[in-house]
Design a binder for this molecule. Structure first.
Ligand code: PMP
Length: 385
């Protein structure tokens, strides 16, 4: 096959299975409303769970950070791109989450890739929840370690896999709140199983951080023992972007030697670190607590009614409320029906989710008013007829 034939074949295969991905140009997509072609939609697709992307104090912090530092960091943190703003944010994150150290990354995807690439060796084994994010599973399959997946949240299968002989070290990988199902991992049980086999645990809490737990500390806040490695991301509850790895002092020092996404990549703009400090302050404040309370209220309002409609939901209690449709085309049609009624949702299809489980990944946020939830429920009711 020539290059062109290879590209065309791949695209044709996507078209034939209704899995061709595309993007839509919008005028701002993170707030309560999203505008496209001068038409306003209520936005049920963003991960801005607390509505912080539009928070005046955080916007102002970013602007003030740019006044002080300019718009770019000027280099990798190993060269000249590690400012007082980066350093202060790392210290505050470590203190907030109860770890000796935090290291900033430009994205959660980069953090997961860097961490797994830096840690895993040939004789090692990764045991990952089957529904772990693409950034984790891709890094795991590219690493020289053996990769074994356990059925979603199945602690006994995890234990059975960990019990098999392994010449090297074992790493258990899971998420706090699962990105496409919205349910939570049984972190205490998973951690206990890992410790029994002297394995380390990596928890990616992209969807729990800021949103769950006291002071928004996330899915791991109240655990018996904290995970060895915690990844938090800032594109969701924090309303910004970027990520951090929380770990011991020696692991942080090790990552500074071996995490290539840190060493060979421009660090996040210092102004962004200033904005993230402001977002963290909001998350820890009464304002943050109020936003978490509002979000919980919207989730309750939605689930109370949606569970009586003829749709298959997951057991999620989080802001992520997926509506499982199954067929790819039907999922897109349902998204189209809702769009006609002014509701913005996106159909998520394989390979992002397992074949036969195409879904609308509805996300609720603290920026939604009760009327927005009612309008969504009415639109779902009408589409279901
Ligand atoms: N981990 C999980 C569980 C995610 O859902 C995502 C983003 N969808 C990422 C990591 C990647 O984070 P980022 O968007 O910061 O690259």
């Amino acid at each position: 096959m020539t290059w062109q034939q290879r590209i065309d074949t791949a695209l044709d295969a996507r078209r034939a299975t209704d899995t061709l991905r595309s993007r839509t140009v919008v005028d701002g997509g993170a707030g309560r409303f999203l505008t496209r072609d001068q038409r306003r939609f209520c936005n049920f697709s963003s991960n801005d769970y607390l509505g912080l992307s539009q928070h005046p104090a955080i916007i102002r912090a970013w602007q003030q950070g740019a006044d002080v530092y300019g718009v770019g960091s000027g280099g990798s943190g190993h060269v000249s791109g590690y400012t007082r703003a980066h350093h202060a944010l790392e210290a505050e994150l470590a203190d907030w989450l109860g770890y000796p150290r935090a290291l900033l990354f430009i994205s959660g995807f980069a953090a997961n890739q860097a961490l797994i690439a830096a840690l895993m060796d040939k004789d090692d084994r990764i045991v990952a929840d089957r529904l772990s994010h693409a950034s984790l599973l891709e890094a795991a399959s590219l690493s020289p370690a053996q990769l074994r997946r356990f059925a979603h949240n199945d602690v006994s299968q995890l234990s059975a896999l960990l019990a098999k002989p392994c010449a090297g070290q074992q790493l258990v990988i899971t998420e706090g709140v699962f990105s496409m199902d919205g349910d939570s991992a049984p972190l205490d049980e998973l951690g206990a199983a890992a410790r029994q086999h002297h394995a380390w645990t990596l928890v990616d809490d992209a969807h729990g951080i800021g949103v769950l737990g006291a002071e928004g500390r996330g899915s791991t806040a109240a655990l018996d023992a904290r995970p060895d490695l915690l990844v938090v991301t800032f594109g969701k509850g924090f309303g910004v972007s970027g990520a951090a790895v929380l770990c011991s002092a020696s692991v942080a020092d090790y990552l500074l030697q071996c995490a290539r996404h840190l060493i060979y990549s421009t660090s996040m703009p210092p102004a962004q670190a200033v904005a993230l400090r402001a977002a963290l302050k909001v998350i820890r404040s009464d304002d943050g607590a109020q936003r978490r309370h509002t979000l919980a209220d919207r989730v309750h309002r939605f689930r109370e009614v949606v569970t009586r409609l003829p749709y298959q939901m997951t057991p999620s209690q989080s802001a992520i409320q997926p509506l499982i449709v199954g067929d790819n085309r039907q999922a897109m049609q349902l998204a189209g029906h809702l769009r006609e009624r002014g509701i913005w949702t996106t159909a998520i299809r394989p390979p992002t989710v397992p074949a036969g489980t195409a879904r609308l990944r509805l996300t609720l946020t603290a920026a939604h008013e009760p009327d927005d939830i009612d309008a969504l429920l009415e639109a779902l009711h009408a589409a279901g007829q």
